[in-house]
Design a protein around this ligand. Sequence first.
Ligand code: F6P
Length: 333
Amino acid sequence: MYRLPALEPVRPLRRIALLTSGGDAPGMNAAIRAVVRSARTEGVDVLGYSRGFTGLVNGDMRPLTSASVASILHRGGTQLKSDRCDAFREAPVRWQCAEQLREMEIDGLVVIGGDGSLTGARLLYEETGFPVIGIPATIDNDIQGSDETIGFDTAVNTALDAIDRIRDTANSHERLFLVEVMGRNSGFIAAQAGIAGGAELILVPERRIDLDQVCRSLRESRESGKASSSIILVAEGRKPGRTQRLAQALEERGHEPRLCILGHTQRGGNPTGRDRVLASCLGTMAVAYLANGQQGVMLGIQDRAVVAVPLAAIGERQQLDPSMLDLALTLQR
Ligand code: F6P
């Protein structure tokens, strides 16, 4: 559960808009529902743009009502569809979008997405002054300013379910498995699912793979007699084929790894209870913050409370705490 700030409505809202952008994340639908229902409760009209910023650029939107967001709370994906929009990288395009939003008498835009989407939201706000509120939604959990992002918990549990299954067959055959999870730039999923799944090693993009150390760990783990099977959890990293290359290198050193790439299975599926509650809180508070006159902020979680962080203050990606990886290693010894 989260603590929600009590905010006074100081700015009457007539109409707001929202969009989901970037890689989808389980819980985006719950956030859409929360924005729509909390706005409609106050008599505020809501427009939903399709396919993220692409819909904004093309003026592709539709009115959303409380009824139109019924039965989506538990569904993965996003009812509004999502996209990575190259056109929105151009400043003149952002100006046109702001003009269009003003012409339509929209009082604020809620952007639900990850790193790139929040950057788009920040630029729109900074350059045009149009009121924007960001909601962090990405399975990667790498947004600075929020301890949690919508979709992370579900992705970890999806990966964990797969790891547990793989562990059964790995034990039966006393095998080594490499399991690849998502995380092009960050190892949050790998670290969390690896610790929870008892992985023998966790390899994240933040640390270079040391093949000698991997082989040493595998040997030690077998020799200690503690494990008859081994699971190495590998975050996909920036360069495609990272895990395949590792498998090949291990084969060349006499190991017989089996490879399982979980890929986009981690992006889909019903959101966990935790993600549904997080999305419901952030979606509801986005409307409250807009009505409170705040703009150019992202809502996040810090110390279990919903907080507003200026979009301008969100810099580099949130970094994985290395002590989590050390903890995983300690538990394998
Ligand atoms: O949503 C974040 C993320 O899942 C990354 O972990 C991954 O590298 C990337 O998106 C892949 O996205 P796509 O296949 O949509 O380009």
